[in-house]
Design a protein around this ligand. Structure first.
Ligand code: ADP
Ligand code: S3P
Ligand code: MG
Length: 179
């Protein structure tokens, strides 16, 4: 399969930069950009926070699985996933069919700084969000690592630098390099 028919799939914790870096990477690689959270919000007509508040996390995960399946069928995209996408093995199975899966690793101490003024992540609306992020990462880290072919630590990199590293790694992996 040619690189332009594949999907570049970004996974990682909330705040790792999947949405921000994904948009920039898509532009850089002339691919379409899709964010599964945004697709879900548009399809359901409610925000992620509203879905969590009214229907709960299990229902969100069910809707997320539906969206992931639809998005993964198409090609030529950079796909920014939600941080919990790895919780359902079926999601990774369908994403892998056309996808190069990239794990954006970011330490909880960095995540908390990036998300401190953000109230759109229902899972960390609690008295000790840093502890919650650590707990979530402990459970998810092996799942992210098992799913991904490429891993980048974003902690000391700007979004622009992350994009540069990713383009390099993707081209290395596909055996083609820009001159
Ligand atoms: N490499 C980075 N360095 C500094 N800030 C970043 C970086 N990547 C993302 N951010 C910031 O962190 C916040 C969360 O980013 P976002 O792309 O929404 O993450 P995700 O989609 O993984 O949850 C945003 O304010 C974004 O500008
Ligand atoms: O980590 C998670 O379980 C979630 C991450 C969010 O997406 P981002 O990773 O883009 O913040 C969003 O899907 C939802 O709030 C649940
Ligand atoms: Mg996002």
């Amino acid at each position: 399969m040619k690189l332009e028919d594949k999907n570049i799939v970004l996974i990682g914790m909330m705040g790792s930069g999947k949405t921000t870096v994904g948009k920039m990477l898509a532009k850089e690689m002339s691919l379409n950009f899709v964010d599964t959270d945004k697709e879900l919000e548009e399809k359901i007509g409610r925000s992620i926070s509203e879905i969590f508040a009214t229907d709960g996390e299990d229902e969100f995960r069910r809707l997320e699985e539906e969206i992931v399946k639809q998005v993964a069928e198409r090609g030529g995209q950079v796909i920014a996933t939600g941080g919990g996408v790895v919780l359902k093995p079926e999601n990774i199975k369908v994403l892998r069919k056309k996808g190069i899966i990239i794990f954006l690793y970011t330490a909880p101490q960095v995540l908390i700084k990036r998300l401190k003024d953000d109230d759109s992540r229902p899972l960390i609306k609690c008295s000790d969000p840093e502890r919650r992020l650590k707990e979530l990462l402990r459970i998810r880290l092996p799942l992210y690592r098992k799913a991904a072919q490429i891993e980048v630590d974003t902690g000391r990199l700007t979004p622009d630098q992350v994009v540069r590293v990713l383009v390099e790694k993707i081209q290395e992996g596909s055996g083609c390099r820009k001159s």
